[in-house]
Design a protein around this ligand. Sequence first.
Ligand SMILES: NC(=O)c1ccc[n+]([C@@H]2O[C@H](COP(=O)([O-])OP(=O)(O)OC[C@H]3O[C@@H](n4cnc5c(N)ncnc54)[C@H](O)[C@@H]3O)[C@@H](O)[C@H]2O)c1
Length: 385
Amino acid sequence: MNQNPTLECIPGKVITLSTQLEKPSPFYFGYDIEESFISELEKYTFDKIFFFTEPHLFALYGKDLYLKICEKFPCALEFVPTGESCKYFPVLEEVCEKLITKGASKKSILLSFGGGTVGNIVGLVAGLIYRGIRFLEIPTSMTGQTDSTLSNKQAVNGKTGKNHFGVYHAPIFIWVDTKYLKTDPPSSRRSGIIEGIKNGFISDAAFLDYLEETLNPDVKFSDEQLYHLAYKIILSKLEILKKDPSEKGYGIILEYGHTFGHGIEWLEKGKLSHGESVSFGMKIAAELCKQLGFISQKDVERHYYLIEDKLGFNNPLPRSITAETLLDAMIADNKKTGRELRYVLLEKIGQCYNPEGDYLVTVEPKLVKKVLENFIQHQTQLLTA
Ligand SMILES: NC(=O)c1ccc[n+]([C@@H]2O[C@H](COP(=O)([O-])OP(=O)(O)OC[C@H]3O[C@@H](n4cnc5c(N)ncnc54)[C@H](O)[C@@H]3O)[C@@H](O)[C@H]2O)c1
């Protein structure tokens, strides 16, 4: 039956319908909020929960929560390898097959308890099994709480680059308890905070003032300070996502420093974290913006000050990285865009350059190479000093 009497079948006429599929996931935030978690879970109907975590996180916090869930619901425990090593195809295949063998059904819910890597692998598994089942995230690291869970991007790494294989799959909800940040290691804390610094540079100069007052190079904070810091970094990203949840238009500015950062991360094969790699990427991007005449030497120095003096990401770039190897790695990583290398650039502090409505900008390769050579030469001097 025709639901719409005015609908005419006119050959060649294209009409647009909306799938209405975009749906934000509830994001719960607090300190020491485990008690409320079970009542949130009770709102959902499911046959079983599969609780994924890393062994040391299970010992630290996961066990208490897991036992609480077991008191009320059928729940199985699954471990994944620690850190980035879980984001590869063999782990993905093993986890998927194991879940089927252990009776996961379309009615099951996967739960990820851990940093961004556990969230990514579990999110991808949930997106693939039976063409997509539900999952929820309990991020425990600064990056997990303030960055990775806000994107719905689930991926594993390929042979030539980071996050080459994945899906967009949204969790049914995200449960952020900043209590867990107490034991997040300093390097992991810095990795989350660097993205907050980035958010200040690209969209909110006032946020940089707050970070300058709040940060310390040892990243030592009270529970209350961690709570406020995480909250403000989350808001700094949400402000950007509000304008472009797809991260493909305006939201692409979140990639500031990442073209260089991804190349560095890939070359270092796990020896440098995503955050530390991006910290180098942001310094190089700032140098490039200065060479293009967009920002001043003082603005570049503010990058160094915040990243090195205030956040404590102050190791020099590893000696093995050269301008040539880095450019090759960036080109390999960039395969996904099918275009030449492009960069997010700052027009001024708190604002990105946007010629003709595109925040990803092509830069003369010779200039990029010169900026890289100068940066690497300076880093080598630091290593030999
Ligand atoms: N989807 C996205 O949009 C997005 C955004 C940012 C990052 N990511 C991905 O996230 C990953 C990085 O996330 P990450 O920095 O959380 O890395 P991670 O998951 O490797 O965690 C960092 C380290 O901290 C430990 N850890 C986590 N929470 C802890 C706690 N409370 N106490 C003690 N130790 C704890 C982990 O065991 C690990 O050793 C990368 O793979 C990156 O690609 C994805």
